[in-house]
Design a protein around this ligand. Structure first.
Ligand SMILES: Cc1cc2nc3c(=O)[nH]c(=O)nc-3n(C[C@H](O)[C@H](O)[C@H](O)COP(=O)(O)OP(=O)(O)OC[C@H]3O[C@@H](n4cnc5c(N)ncnc54)[C@H](O)[C@@H]3O)c2cc1C
Length: 374
């Protein structure tokens, strides 16, 4: 039986995830987007293990040939570094255009109608449900009167790709004086470098000057993509639905890019929204949405505080180096696997799966390790 129509405005990761999730529940789904694929966007392009799990639940598996694995996260500050492995599975660096292509293929395979290069006229929309997945500056959010934010802190992110073999088996986060720079391995011969700061005029070259080790390493590597920028916000809205209009992904609020959790949030929200629409209970989505955002929001606050207070950060890094288990636990919390690694059961059952990756895996370290002090 074909259920009600759903019109999804925005065919980015959140819109496509919502389309796949609702279509698989039997709804008649159309996605409209103003652009024509493949869609590129300023992004660190790291998918954490929890994002990969959420994506696989939508039937999208990222293959080894389309991505590059990383076993954990490394912090680097003024020649000192600490790292930790994810507890159960690796993360993957995936080019945004590749992720978009794979999600489009799955949407088409399950029978979603895709209308690219199309501007939607919301006043004429006669759909049963409208989902706003139109990103940070969502028009659907404004149109539905859902634009009331309870918190809104903005920063600015820029990214560029370099032709260089990944030198690291981690996603690396460099702490600069006024910015953070992170490096994600994307392919066997390229990395994505993203910088985030509070200054809209700040560019990647400025950021690299604050991270001389990284600047030196990239000096002779070819830049293979144009620099792209975007706003990244920590944003909560009072409500994420009104009557038969609901928001998903960045349109519904976001966490700072430093968490690397934006895509995971979008995928998990999409599944929660599809369940709620099927039950006809959007209050359920509102509650789940808050619950899903809580952990990344907490981590975003912690990471931003580390970025803004150098003394606090250095003390934290020394402590993590002296007591390596702390970073490992922090990372487990970050990817939602803390309960699993500590043999507790979570009520939502939505934790990280056991290892299914096909890239080189380092055994989940019980401890974070101090790598080197150069
Ligand atoms: C610098 C930076 C680094 C980041 N790094 C990471 C990372 O490493 N890992 C991670 O998980 N997340 C990261 N993020 C966050 C992640 O990029 C976002 O959370 C994610 O893109 C949200 O997806 P979305 O589909 O909600 O929005 P978008 O990706 O913005 O997609 C919105 C879509 O809506 C379309 N649209 C907009 N308006 C209309 C309209 N009126 N009509 C029709 N279509 C419309 C757009 O064309 C677009 O295709 C980063 C973000 C930034 C800024």
């Amino acid at each position: 039986m074909v259920k009600a129509d759903i019109l999804i405005v925005g065919g980015g990761p959140a819109g496509l995830a919502a389309a796949i999730a609702t279509r698989r529940r039997g709804f008649n789904v159309t996605v409209v987007d103003g652009i024509v694929p493949p869609a590129d966007k300023a992004c660190g392009e790291g998918l954490m293990p929890d994002a990969l799990l959420a994506l696989s639940k939508l039937g999208v598996s990222i293959s080894a040939s389309d991505s590059f694995p990383f076993r954990g996260i490394r912090f680097l500050d003024r020649g000192t570094s600490v790292d930790a492995s994810f507890p159960t599975a690796c993360g993957r660096g995936v080019r945004r255009t590749t992720l978009h292509r794979m999600m489009i293929e799955q949407a088409e395979a399950v029978g979603v109608r895709l209308r690219w290069g199309t501007k939607v006229d919301l006043s004429a929309a006669r759909s049963g449900w409208i989902i706003g997945a139109d990103g940070e500056n969502s028009l659907v959010r404004k149109w539905a009167g859902l634009d009331l934010s309870v918190r809104d802190r903005r920063r600015f992110g820029f990214r560029r790709h370099y032709r260089i073999a990944p030198w690291t088996d981690c996603m690396e986060l460099y702490w600069g004086r006024t910015c953070q720079v992170y490096v994600t391995p994307i392919t066997p011969d390229s990395v994505c470098v993203a910088a985030i700061s509070r200054d809209s005029q700040f560019r990647l070259d400025d950021a690299l000057k604050e991270c001389p080790d990284l600047e030196q390493r990239l000096k002779s590597s070819a830049i293979i993509s144009a620099e792209r920028g975007a706003v990244t916000s920590s944003r909560w809205f009072k409500a994420v639905y009104r009557e038969r209009v609901a928001l998903v992904g960045d349109a519904s609020g976001s966490v700072d890019a430093i968490t690397g959790e934006g895509l995971c949030l979008a995928f998990r929200q999409a599944t929660a929204l599809a369940e709620a629409i099927e039950c006809g209970d959007l209050d359920m989505y509102q509650r789940r949405h808050r619950q899903i955002a809580r952990r990344p929001d907490l981590m975003a606050r912690l990471l931003i505080a580390l970025g803004e207070h150098a003394q606090f950060r250095r003390a934290a890094m020394s402590t993590m180096a002296a007591h390596p288990g702390i970073f490992t636990k922090m990372l487990a919390v970050h990817v939602g696997a803390f309960y699993e690694t500590n043999h507790f059961h979570r009520s939502d059952g939505d934790h990280v799966a056991t290892w299914t990756g096909d890239g080189p895996r380092t055994e989940p370290g019980p401890d974070a390790r101090r790598v080197h002090a150069e």
